[in-house]
Design a protein around this ligand. Sequence first.
Ligand code: PFF
Length: 434
Amino acid sequence: MNKTRPEWTSHLSFMLASIGGAVGLGNIWRFPYIMGKNGGAVFLVLYLIIIAFICAIPLCLELAMGKIYKKDPVSVYEAISPKLKIFGFASILTAILIPCFYFVVGGWILNYIWLFLTNNIPSDFSVYFSALNSNPYVPCLLTLLFLIVTAIFPYRGINSGIEKANNIMMPLFAFMLVALAIYAVTLPNAKEGLEFMFNPNFEKFTADMVLCALGQALFTLSIGMGAMMTYGSYLKPETNIKKSAYTLIFFDTLIAILAGVVIFPIVFSNGIEPTAGATLVFISLPQIFVNMPFAIPVAVIFFLLLLFAAITSGISLLETSVCCLVDHYKIKRKKAVVIISAITALFAVPSALSFGLLADFKIFDKTFFDFLDYITSNFLLPFGTLLICLIGGWYSRNIAKEAFGTDLFGKVLDFLLRFVVPVVFALVIYTGLN
Ligand code: PFF
């Protein structure tokens, strides 16, 4: 075992880093909308069951794989069986492809913070956003800027980079989120927004909703691409995996719900239709902010919130591939960060141009940005998750033992792992590709 390998200095640091990795754009711009559209409180109950009894299982396994082998994903798969090494590369590929679209959004966030800080506010955000994206240089430069800002932390190392960043950004994130939630619920018509999100509606209960909840849970918990495996590899031997995984799930879900408590009262109190994704964050919300009391501070805090969420997730994405170069190829950390950043930049540039210059360049009828999003969310993440479940459930049983412990609840999780969860993820892949 490698004695010089870094470890988290405390359990709290690990929790903050893993929550930081999990909580990202998925929590803020997707979850609240999915919940509102799919039956509110009914969806929430279904989501909680899915996340607690299905997605918690691969999360525990990933953390356990890292903790047992104390290596990067490629070396972990190789240690389990040399035949599996190729799947380690598949997870690194996913870890490289996700930042290529995720960081484009990070660039937009930086741009919007600047807009509001300098009080340089456009009159129509819809026009502004499409002009921003049709420029051949600006989106690329913004993406590269976000990449550099994020890469600084893995460059500085686990303890003085990644750990410090999360120790500072996550508490600030929580503080700003709670402050905005208090502000939002005091707005006129806030009740309507909360009703959209929470009102139970059984009629909207469909099979599609289950798939939607599963996909969202995988993406939000960053399962299936080795990020949690990598963070698990820096754990101290005495860490209880099951407890850590459920704590992570609790906070990830709580933050997603709070994000909705911020967004929907704001949307409804201004009589705007609820949406998700880029339209919500870069067009609808900013347009609303401008006409609200405390417009500038509210907008700046909102975009800072998004920035912290995106940076801490971005760090976990970069660290996964950096860790592979460091552990598997024995490349020095700083050099590894430069190499991974260069590769990311190479693919992130065409992705940043997907809304303008390269809008007509399509792969399977999708722009490069949408293609990356589609292939990672619908195929690579569920595939990586299925693989982890098959390994833990049937091939390398010591992983499941470390992941779940030997108590009754652990036994229930182990049963689900072997006989239910793989079928579920096989179905997710099947339907995702159809
Ligand atoms: N979990 C992040 C989010 O919800 O935005 C996205 C993400 C980060 C996915 C890291 C996968 C990953 F490995």
